[in-house]
Design a protein around this ligand. Structure first.
Ligand SMILES: [Zn+2]
Length: 459
């Protein structure tokens, strides 16, 4: 169903016909309505009542107006689909097709149900899932372990792979839950769990000395980086449901061929430019604050030590020097074509290679809400392009988060905190009491075995 509203701009009096696609799934959202004449942005706030099937729309910077065949502009909007941008209103305008109908035609019969499932999931997780999930890091940081255990069990049940006996068990469970939660919000392959396993495998052959070297170097900053990642996650969730239409683009098979036409004609009616830009920039900064950890791991994988920088880094010869570089310089070093590509570089390849990064750090911006075009001194991009990059940046950040996680996990293990295995149902209390000691011995043996294997490999 599509609601029709004539609205008058409070600044210049211009009348716009707004057609609101009432959501299939999304019940409460705001639509950005630029005034084509004075170029302010009005807002329409939509609330749908699922039980009664009614809806209500209120406005900011605009008044509801009577039906007006001489309206100057026309805008369609949807919380779920890309929509045609503001155009001059004329009687000949084809109003018969709704954003929903157009999306179902454009993505095709087989893709449409998949797209609706994703829309549903993204919406449900950002609206209902996240407020509950964010209790977990809050309880973890507050040290409220009893409550935390209850919350974790809501997600993991009594998963024998994820027992909750010690701090490392909690840490592992939180990581597992968050990885699964974020899956629908990233675009592309591989799935996050698979990506995490790949990273784990890539850094699994370290000697005890190398593990000590990297944990010692980064330990002091890891909690801050973890905290920063948590903040970005919350910031992302604040904006996530306004980005839903951008997510649908991955279901348009001809986006590659007709990408320019699509970006030119269609846009996002729910996203606020300042919010998307802020999130984009902050994610970008965080990724490059995390990048020294990736470089250090590459150095160990390829040359055995965290400070064994590749020649491609030029005069930056230690990790400490690389860490001190400004974001722009880090980007330049990591994208230097002379630098040989190393094992973990793929984690940040995609966001770094985008043309949009040129826009980062440039203070002179202008944004036109009608064309949704962002102009900066080295180029132009559409809001939809920024919105599409955000899930890629998110994937990069979550990949680097994996390195933070593994490095912290090693630190727990090096302090004798080992992951528990849940044999409790088969065990008597005395066995449980001794279990910790047994495991420490077992794990010492396995570390020794691994080290022996490794030194054999070196020979
Ligand atoms: Zn106006």
């Amino acid at each position: 169903m599509v609601a029709r509203e004539y609205i008058q701009c409070e600044v210049c009096g211009t009348v716009t016909l707004l057609r609101v696609q009432l959501g299939q799934t999304i019940r409460r959202y705001s639509v950005q309505v630029p005034c084509g004449h004075c170029r302010i942005v009005m807002e329409a706030h939509v609330i749908q009542e699922e039980t009664t099937g009614t809806y209500d729309i209120t406005f900011t910077n605009a008044q509801r107006w009577q039906e007006d065949p001489s309206a100057a502009y026309y805008l369609e909007s949807s919380s779920e689909f890309i929509t045609q941008k503001l155009v001059a209103y004329s009687d000949g305008l084809d109003e018969r097709i709704s954003p929903y109908m157009r999306a179902s035609q454009d993505v095709g019969f087989s893709n449409f149900p998949l797209m609706m499932t994703l829309i549903n999931t993204v919406w449900q997780r950002s609206e209902d899932g996240w407020p509950r999930l964010r209790r977990i890091p809050q309880l973890y940081h507050a040290g409220s372990m009893d409550f935390l255990a209850n919350e974790l069990k809501h997600y993991i049940g009594n998963n024998p792979q994820l027992p909750l006996f010690n701090e490392l068990d909690f840490f592992r469970a939180i990581h597992w839950i968050l990885l699964r939660f974020w899956e629908p919000f990233v675009i592309g392959e591989p799935p996050l769990i698979e990506q995490a396993l790949g990273i784990s495998k890539a850094i699994s052959g370290y000697s005890a000395k190398q593990i000590t070297e990297i944990t010692t170097h980064f330990l002091a900053v890891l909690p801050d980086l973890d905290q920063e990642i948590s903040e970005r996650m919350a910031q992302f969730m604040h904006v996530a449901n306004t980005l839903v239409p951008a997510y649908t683009l991955q279901f348009y098979s001809d986006v590659e061929a007709n990408g320019h036409d699509i970006l030119d004609k269609y846009g996002l009616s729910t996203a606020r430019f300042e919010e998307v830009k802020g999130l984009y920039q902050d994610l970008f900064e965080t990724i490059f604050r995390l990048s020294p950890l990736m470089v250090a791991h590459n150095n160990i994988i390829h040359r055995g030590s965290i400070d064994a920088m590749s020649e491609g880094f030029g005069r930056t010869t230690t990790i400490a020097q690389f860490t001190e570089l400004r974001t722009g310089n880090k980007v330049d070093k990591l994208t230097n074509p002379k630098k040989p590509r190393e094992t973990l570089d793929y984690l940040i390849e995609l966001p770094v290679s985008t043309a949009l990064r040129n826009a980062i750090g440039h203070a002179r911006w202008s944004y036109d809400p009608v064309s949704q075009l962002v102009t900066y001194d080295r180029g132009k991009s559409f809001l939809l392009e920024f919105a599409l990059e955000v899930p890629h940046l998110l994937r990069a950040m979550l990949g680097l988060w994996e390195l933070v996680y593994k490095t912290r996990e090693w630190d727990y293990v090096s302090h004798g905190v080992l992951p528990s295995l849940d044999f409790s149902r088969l065990m008597t209390p005395s066995v449980l009491r001794n279990r910790g000691k047994d495991q420490q011995r077992k794990s010492k043996k396995s570390i020794e075995k691994r080290n022996r294997k490794q030194s054999r490999r070196k020979r």
